[in-house]
Ligand binder design. Structure first.
Ligand SMILES: O=c1[nH]cnc2c1ncn2[C@@H]1O[C@H](CO)[C@@H](O)[C@H]1O
Ligand SMILES: [Zn+2]
Length: 344
């Protein structure tokens, strides 16, 4: 590995628009929480826990990837645990000079011990706000609807998210098993989100074709798309997304692990970038994917020859795509004015 390049990338100010709380619990924190909660674990060291929390290169696909969330979620059932893990997500981001982050989670997954949706959301926001103060990072939450859950549950999630709009929640999302539950099933849910004025991002084109991306932007009101890997299969749609400046939240390391792309050579980020799409680079899941922002950009440099100038452009795209109003975005932009842009 080129360590000069690594430290240059690490030092660049960055943003992360797509990171899941429940996929980013530090293994040591899993041990600690299990200890506090009297819960049995399948291993007693943090390295022993990794196979239960993290995928390897042998990950078979998105559903295999999603199986790594069970253990962590079982420990995120109290306000204290949620607040701690939200805080630690900001702490981990700060180690890579992240200046703005949107952390997402499905509040309905954290009710096993009786918490209400609003209590879960408030606990996460509390942790994010503590992290903002401690590390000088601006943080917001994104609330996820889940594909395998009934509309009745997702509608309640949207209602709860709307109560926190402008008070820590930036947007709503749709996550989970894309191949099993296509986007058109969620029209009622996202009609409510639109009615409530919630910005919308949808995981689409990760484990299924471009029809889910089309549905997301044309029927569900998505202002951003999570991943969008299969967009290249529909050049007309690609042009529409480009013209309408709808950002793609790409997560390169996760996208290779879930087999959204079969190899780095087939990963479409460079062609999207060169065609003028608003491509952003994000982590998806710090623990499940064993990643961080520096690693993501390093892979783009090493596997796809992205230069520092190009990396800086990807970072600026992320700032542009943030779910912030004009005034807040302009404030954030101040932190990205004097970036080094030497050619490698
Ligand atoms: O890359 C992804 N694609 C689809 N769903 C995901 C991905 N990463 C995480 N989740 C899902 O989002 C839930 C809330 O955070 C997680 O529990 C997981 O099921
Ligand atoms: Zn995701």
């Amino acid at each position: 590995m080129n360590s000069d390049l690594y430290s240059l990338i690490q030092q660049l100010p960055k943003v992360d628009l797509h990171v899941h709380l429940d996929g980013s619990i530090k293994p040591e924190t899993v041990l600690d929480l299990a200890n506090q909660q009297g819960m049995d674990l399948p291993a007693i060291t943090s390295s022993g826990l990794l196979p239960y929390l993290q995928v390897t290169d042998n990950c078979k696909g998105l559903n295999d990837y999603l199986s790594k969330f069970q253990l962590g979620a079982s420990l995120l059932q109290t306000e204290a645990a949620l607040e701690r893990v939200a805080f630690e997500t900001i702490e981990q981001a700060s180690e890579h000079n992240c200046r703005y982050i949107e952390v997402r989670f499905g509040p309905q997954l954290h009710r096993q011990r009786g918490l209400g949706l609003e209590q879960v959301i408030q606990a996460v926001i509390n942790g994010l706000q503590k992290g903002e103060k401690a590390f000088g990072i601006k943080a917001q939450a994104i609330v996820c609807c889940l594909r395998h859950q009934p509309a009745s549950v997702n509608l309640k999630v949207v209602e709860a998210a709307a109560m926190f709009l402008g008070k820590g929640v930036a947007a709503v999302d749709l996550a989970g098993d894309e191949a099993g539950f296509p986007a058109f099933l969620f029209r009622k849910v996202f009609a409510l989100a639109e009615k409530k004025g919630l910005p919308i991002t949808i995981h689409a084109g990760e484990a299924a074709g471009p029809e889910n991306i089309r549905e997301a932007v044309s029927r569900l009101g998505a202002g951003r798309i999570g991943h969008g890997i299969s967009l290249k299969q529909d050049p007309v749609l690609l042009q529409e997304i480009c013209t309408n400046k709808i950002p793609l939240e790409m997560c390169p390391i996760s996208n290779i692990q879930t087999k959204a792309a079969d190899s780095w050579q087939e990963y479409p980020i460079r062609e999207y970038f060169e065609q003028g799409l608003t491509v952003t680079v994000n982590t998806d899941n710090l623990t499940v994917s064993n990643t961080d922002l520096t690693k993501e950009y390093m892979m783009l440099a090493e596997k796809l020859d992205f230069t520092i100038t190009e990396i800086v452009q990807l970072i600026r795209n992320g700032v542009e795509a943030a779910f912030l109003d004009m005034a807040e975005k302009n404030l954030l932009k101040h932190q990205f004015v004097n970036l080094p842009s030497p050619q490698r």
